[in-house]
Design a protein around this ligand. Structure first.
Ligand code: ADP
Ligand code: MG
Length: 460
């Protein structure tokens, strides 16, 4: 076969056949069946997968297997790369179903196509729906606000959702896109990350197609911009964003933004943008607590054929609290192991072994040192660490000192006496600070914001 006749489909067909021969049936179905050959780029085949987790997992666990399967096809060793955002192909046709009913993964059955048609918001993952979002105390406001915005466009304008990484901001934003489209197929929705906004903007300047860019973000009914903290210190981009914002806002078009910070905390964000962003509804999304984490795991496992015991799910929920993304990673690892090895039961001990690396990362991300807290607080309040460690009593030093003690207690496992020692004070001083800081926060909005910002900074 001449090289130019070779397509991504042909290569993938061969590789998939090899994989099927080599792998256990469930493993193949769970991990490879839904991969789509998208494109051939020289000797690199572009493989379409649903999302980054899936891709990361394949890379971490099946890199060799995949490379082998793609090696020496018509004398060429093909490399591969992944592209996200591809829904699994619908292999659940009647013929396949009657032949091999068990082969269809729960996921592809559950995959939801809006009843109103097959239109899907560009760039949005199909499983990022309100339906698939587990609501708990920590995200209830954000969920309700997003749902309200989807149902009554323009009512909460803009809606600004902020919070740490991996806890559902993107999911909610894309859920708005799905819901709005389901309600009215004609709704023009633009979902973009702030980074894409920047790239398209720069490209449009270069290629002199600025009008096209403008129209792509302004001739819409709903504009969803993910991660607007990326606007930090980018003056020209802020200008463009400001104009886009105003155009849509003045027509009462719905704007929803997400960020890891509050508007006023984004470095170098022009005042006029801060006040625009704050002019609608601002809502925080917090790290999910144990119950929510467990509920998320239970929901996620429904997508998989393998079911884990409740005590294993609890083990994951207890030990992984930093992000839903990591929670999901843990579940995937266990499910994949179980299906690859064809075991139906994973004990808590086995789970602990399989998740060792993840648990270590989790712990490392949780061990915040007392010194790093002192440094972050000093920097935030523009004083020196030495001031915090001193006995100086003026308010501009005493308050940050209390905040630092409070955060040490809240974010680490150190005891009152241990924290006291790190500050050259006794335990009673620390206890007092821990009581005082929430009072200060309830009295002063500035203080509340400072503490919440520091907490998120240190968390990440
Ligand atoms: P963020 O944008 O805040 O960094 P994402 O929205 O990308 O986080 O969430 C990370 C992963 O966790 C996604 O797969 C998302 O679907 C999932 N997730 C987060 N929160 C929830 C939730 N409350 N219920 C179900 N899945 C969730
Ligand atoms: Mg996100």
């Amino acid at each position: 076969m001449r090289k130019e006749e070779i397509t991504a489909e042909i290569i993938w067909d061969e590789a998939a056949t090899r994989l099927q021969r080599q792998l256990h049936k469930t493993t193949y179905e769970q991990w490879f069946q839904n991969i789509l050959p998208v494109n051939l780029d020289g000797d690199v085949i572009v493989l379409g997968v649903s999302d980054d987790f899936f891709a990361d997992w394949l890379k971490d666990n099946f890199d060799d297997v995949l490379s082998d399967a793609l090696a020496s096809i018509d004398n060429i060793d093909y490399a591969y790369k992944f592209e996200y955002g591809h829904t699994p192909k619908k292999q659940f046709n009647a013929k396949a179903a009657s032949r091999e009913p068990a082969t269809t993964s729960a996921k592809s059955v559950k995959e939801k196509t809006p009843e109103t048609g097959n239109k899907r918001p560009v760039n949005c993952l199909s499983r990022h729906t309100f339906e698939n979002f587990v609501v708990g105390e920590e995200n209830r406001y954000a969920y309700t606000a997003a749902k309200t915005a989807a149902e009554n466009a323009g009512l909460y304008n803009p809606l600004y959702i902020y919070g740490g990484t991996g806890i559902g901001k993107t999911h909610l934003l894309q859920a708005v896109a799905h819901e709005s489209l389901e309600k009215n197929q004609k709704t023009r929705i633009k979902y973009t990350t702030c980074e894409e906004f920047l790239n398209s903007y720069v490209d449009s300047l270069r290629s002199k197609k600025h009008a096209d860019f403008r129209s792509s973000v302004r001739d819409v009914d709903i504009l969803l911009v993910d991660d607007v903290h990326m606007l930090a210190n980018k003056t020209q981009l802020q200008e463009e964003f400001f104009n886009t914002f105003n155009t849509l806002y003045n027509q009462n078009k719905q704007i929803i933004l997400t960020s890891d910070k509050q508007p006023c905390e984004i470095a170098g964000l022009e005042d006029r943008l801060v006040s625009r962003f704050e002019s609608g509804v601002t809502t925080e999304i917090n790290h999910p607590g144990f119950e929510t984490r467990l509920a998320i795991l239970k929901m996620m496992q429904e997508e998989h054929l393998v079911k884990l015991d409740d005590d294993v799910l609890q083990f994951i929920a207890v030990n992984i609290s930093s992000s839903v993304r990591r929670l999901k990673g843990a579940l995937l690892r266990l499910v994949a192991f179980a299906s690859a090895m064809s075991v139906s039961d994973i004990s808590v001990e086995k789970a602990e072994t399989l998740l060792r690396k993840l648990l270590e990362e989790e712990n490392a991300s949780k061990t915040i040192s007392l010194e790093s807290i002192q440094r972050a607080v000093a920097e935030h309040f523009d004083i020196r660490v030495n001031d915090i460690l001193s006995s100086k009593r003026p308010k501009n030093i005493a308050e940050p000192r209390m905040v630092a003690m409070f955060l040490c207690r809240k974010l680490t496992a150190f005891s009152y006496p241990e924290i006291g020692t790190a500050f050259g004070k006794n335990h009673a001083t620390v206890m007092n600070a821990c009581k005082k800081v929430p009072e200060l926060c309830s009295k002063s909005e500035n203080m509340r914001r400072s503490v919440s910002l520091l907490e998120r900074q240190l968390h990440n």
